[in-house]
Design a protein around this ligand. Structure first.
Ligand SMILES: [Cu+2]
Length: 285
């Protein structure tokens, strides 16, 4: 019974190979951060929209790994099971209709499932709920951002205009980047425009990027779930100082936001009336 002896040897080899793979998987999991659940290179995000995108990314990564393990397993099994032992030609198979239908239908179903979940996530992220707590006109230009808050008499707040292009060669290293202040657990609607060329409004922790295009207004909404400071940037190469198109997003409690907005409004009105800015406002209430 020479055949049985060969298959026993093959099983022993499998076990020998599995041990280092299991150790490697454990080390990778441990090294993927303090959190044992890997994020597969994505961020969990700080908005409800970002969470949905992360969830889609996460399960697609899991599905991808499952498919990869299955395919690699089949390849490994075929390599070991049918490795050359003698000059005997193995059985040749072609036009196996059930097999061909199987490997066509299963990937097709997988793509349909991915498509459906992607569309559901996109619909959630692109939804602009009525009655947002904050409405902000965001205008991108070479090279900065203007944040103009609605419901405050069209007051322009926190812009980079003062450090604008003509001063850039001298002052851009000292420039204070503009800050987009928005309330937590409330929806902020943004009308995104561009004054000149195509820019990209991107906040890493929001898992979100959208073009700011000249002549087009893009409407987007966020509902942050965490307070804090989050960096934003332009993601379309838009000229010499593209790398200077940075901004901050400051997510604050709702009461803080309203107090801050009133203070900013008073400050801008003061400047309009008297021609100079009042003393700097406090960072918060
Ligand atoms: Cu830009």
């Amino acid at each position: 019974m020479p055949h049985r002896n060969v298959s026993c040897r093959a099983r022993g080899t499998w076990r020998e190979h599995l041990a280092p793979v299991a150790v490697l998987a454990g080390v990778v999991t441990a090294l993927s951060g303090c959190n044992l659940v890997p994020t597969f290179g994505a961020t969990r995000g700080v908005t409800t929209q970002a969470h949905e995108e992360y969830r889609l990314w996460y399960w697609m990564a899991i599905a991808g790994i499952a498919v990869a393990v299955f395919v690699w397993g089949l390849i490994g099994w075929a390599v070991l099971r049918y490795r050359r032992r003698d000059d005997h030609m193995p059985k040749q198979v072609h036009e196996h209709i059930p097999l061909e239908i199987t490997y066509t239908v299963i990937p097709l179903l997988m793509v349909i499932v991915i498509f459906v979940f992607t569309v559901m996530t996109e619909n959630f992220v692109d939804n602009n709920p009525p009655r947002p707590a904050a409405v902000i006109n965001v205008t991108a230009y070479q090279w900065g951002w203007i944040f103009k808050y609605a419901h405050t008499g069209g007051v322009t707040i926190q812009t980079a205009e003062k450090a604008a292009p003509s001063l850039l060669p001298k002052s851009y290293f000292n420039k204070v980047y503009p800050t987009l202040t928005i309330p937590v657990d409330e929806t902020t609607r943004i009308y995104l425009r561009s004054l000149d060329v195509v820019h990209g409004f991107y906040v890493h922790e929001f898992n979100f990027s959208r073009y700011a295009q000249p002549g087009v207004t893009n409407t987007i909404s966020f509902t942050p779930t965490t307070t804090g400071w989050f960096p934003g940037q332009c993601t379309q190469f838009c000229g010499l100082y593209h790398s200077e198109m940075l901004f901050n997003v400051h997510v604050v409690p709702d009461a803080w936001y309203r107090t801050w907005l009133k203070a900013e409004e008073r400050s801008v009105k003061h400047e309009r009336l008297f021609g100079f800015a009042p003393l700097p406002a406090k960072a918060g209430p």
